[in-house]
Design a protein around this ligand. Structure first.
Ligand SMILES: Nc1ncnc2c1ncn2[C@@H]1O[C@H](COP(=O)(O)OP(=O)(O)O)[C@@H](O)[C@H]1O
Ligand SMILES: [Mg+2]
Ligand SMILES: [Zn+2]
Length: 288
């Protein structure tokens, strides 16, 4: 199972929209997928999938059964909250325990990918989740206007330092598709995400337009990637890029590990030879 976390420098940039649609796009490609909403303060996966009224989930032999939503297994912190309007006020250690529970005790069964929606930023919860989940890759979502902010750099640097390879930066709300004529209006400018990715030497995965149909699909609780729209096609290309990057990075990592393993064996062999040599020398000295 490969774990992908979706991060952002700040909230409201479309992180959860990307997480949900990434999960459903992977499902559409024929993979078995789980979606874990770890945003303890503002879980929005239930809303984006029309599951706001779900409270509590069935458990079997101490394992929580995730919901099956059109073939994607879904678990959200939101399902465990007392009510939809209850703010979550809990202390760090309890939060850590809760996150641990969600990561270890949800019965995902056999899945190819687990997509994890994180809280925004690089706070304690994000650190906890990344430490506990050990993701294989990280997708960073930004908007054109927040590219200039320090937050998104911080998020990328956080991933790099945590040893989680960035498999794609997404510039969301990049250009508005006019619902009347279909032309694109660059509301907040565009292209900053690509520039930033190049600067920070992480792969850029693509741009998602500001699209009323994306907003509407969120309101209706349906993934937009399941609709027949230009944005859905754009998103599928972004997912292809992410998968390609993930595969490339994993291959490189494997090569590096093999190289390190070989170097270690060689060093052990040399050390053994040296030991023998020194041993023989002292034997010779004893005899003389
Ligand atoms: N490309 C887009 N076009 C139109 N609306 C969008 C787009 N991306 C996200 N949204 C909307 O913006 C709001 C915030 O998105 P969300 O994914 O919840 O952000 P975050 O998880 O970063 O806080 C939601 O109402 C969502 O439907
Ligand atoms: Mg969110
Ligand atoms: Zn127009």
């Amino acid at each position: 199972m490969k774990k992908l976390v979706v991060m952002s420098g700040k909230g409201g940039v479309g992180k959860s929209t990307v997480a949900v649609n990434l999960a459903f796009a992977l499902k559409k490609k024929g993979y078995k997928v789980g979606l874990l909403d770890c945003d303890v303060h503002g879980p929005s996966v239930p809303k984006l999938l029309g599951l706001e009224d779900i409270r509590g989930l069935e458990a079997k032999e101490g394992k929580i059964k995730p919901l099956d939503i059109h073939g994607v297994k879904v678990f959200s912190m939101g399902f465990m909250l007392p009510s939809r309007d209850t703010p979550v006020v809990w202390r760090g250690p309890i939060k850590h325990k809760f996150i641990e529970e969600a990561l270890n005790n949800v019965d995902w069964g056999e899945i190819d990918y687990l997509v994890i929606d994180l809280p925004p930023g690089t706070g304690d919860e994000v650190i906890s989740i990344v430490q506990l989940a050990k993701p294989d890759g990280c997708v960073v979502v930004t908007t054109p206007q927040s590219v200039a902010l320090e937050d998104v750099r911080k998020a990328i640097n956080f991933a790099i330092h945590a040893g989680v390879p960035v498999v794609g930066v997404i510039e969301n709300m990049s250009g508005l598709i006019c619902p009347h004529c279909g032309k694109t209006i660059e509301v907040f400018g565009s292209g900053g995400g690509k520039k930033l990715s190049a600067e920070m030497a992480v792969p850029f995965a693509g741009k998602i337009p500001l699209d009323t149909s994306i907003f509407k699909s969120g309101e209706d609780g349906k993934p937009f990637v399941d609709m027949d729209s230009p944005s859905a096609k754009i998103f599928e290309e972004i997912v292809d890029n992410i998968l390609e990057n993930l595969e490339m990075i994993q291959e490189e990592l494997k090569k590096l590990q093999e190289k390190a393993e070989k170097a270690k064996k060689e060093a052990e062999k040399k050390l053994e030879e040296l030991r023998k040599k020194v041993g023989k020398k002292s034997e010779d000295e004893k005899q003389n």
